[in-house]
Design a protein around this ligand. Structure first.
Ligand code: ZN
Ligand code: ZN
Length: 269
């Protein structure tokens, strides 16, 4: 069963016409179940999680009430899940927990690290001076440290784009296997689902998240997967998903996770 559990409507409004473009592309690419995962920072109610990152302020232009209403309307007509892609910040665990309890209409919550120490939004600009001021080892260690804390927080259902920090390409730190292994151990321990995200193929690194190397390291643990193309425009919905399934099967993965009201349903890959 092909799923695409990671896409964003944020470049348009919550109207059926815009959504239908995403839905039609999914059908064209034989995707059987899709999930919309707007960024947490899109919503005014989630502002307390982001108030220490001023750059995110102009991104907060919608309300969760609008999202809930629109998605509930879609759910009556289409097979679609209501997701959200929530950033993780170690100092905001309490706020994230409370907000997810208060706004509990999601089928699943993707956990993402887009910001590391010093408010560094590493996926925004490859020419950000932090890329040259800090060494690559330190940036990766910082990123994987946040990721490990995200996993241990037990606030999320799925770990999204696990090694996103590699997106601009270039060399990896020497201790990358060590970082991978530490994180893999925690994913197994906390019984999490990981996402295979194909959007890395459209970035300078030209590789899926997580890397085939990471996937081969964890393939023997029976970790369930979700798949997502992380589309921000209709053309990218379902892109490269079939290839990602093939790769996962070849590596020995057996299960995918579907979600309903944050209950995990494991089915065969
Ligand atoms: Zn993301
Ligand atoms: Zn995303």
């Amino acid at each position: 069963m092909l799923i695409d559990y990671h896409m964003h409507l944020e470049r348009g409004s919550f109207v059926e016409e815009w959504w239908l473009k995403f839905y039609q592309k999914a059908k064209e690419r034989n995707i059987q179940e899709i999930g919309i995962t707007e960024h947490g920072h899109r919503f005014k109610e989630f502002r307390p999680i982001y108030n220490h990152i001023p750059i995110t302020e102009p991104w907060c232009d919608s309300t969760l009430e609008e999202y809930k209403e629109f998605m509930s309307f879609l759910k009556e007509k289409y097979n679609v899940k209501i997701g959200v892609e929530m950033d993780y910040f170690p100092d905001k665990e309490k706020e994230i927990k409370e907000l997810l309890r208060e706004y509990n209409f999601f089928d699943y919550v993707l956990g993402s690290v887009h910001f590391i120490d010093h408010g560094f939004g590493f996926d925004i600009d490859p020419n950000d001076p932090q890329w040259t001021e800090r060494d690559i080892e330190e940036i990766f260690e910082d990123y994987f440290d946040k990721l490990e804390k995200l996993i241990k927080s037990e606030l999320y259902d799925v770990v999204a784009h696990l090694d996103l920090v590699k997106l601009w390409g270039g060399r990896l730190p020497k201790n990358i296997d060590c970082l991978y292994e530490k994180v893999a151990k925690e994913i197994v321990r906390y019984n999490l689902t990981i996402e295979i995200n194909t959007s890395g193929l459209r970035k300078p690194v030209q590789e899926i998240y997580p890397s085939p190397r990471f996937l081969s390291l964890i393939s023997s643990y029976s970790i369930p997967l979700t798949f997502g193309a992380d589309a921000h425009t209709p053309e990218d919905v379902g892109r490269d998903i079939e290839d990602a399934y093939r790769l996962a099967k070849n590596l020995g993965f057996k299960y995918i996770s579907l979600f309903e009201k944050r209950d995990k349903i494991i089915v065969n890959l």
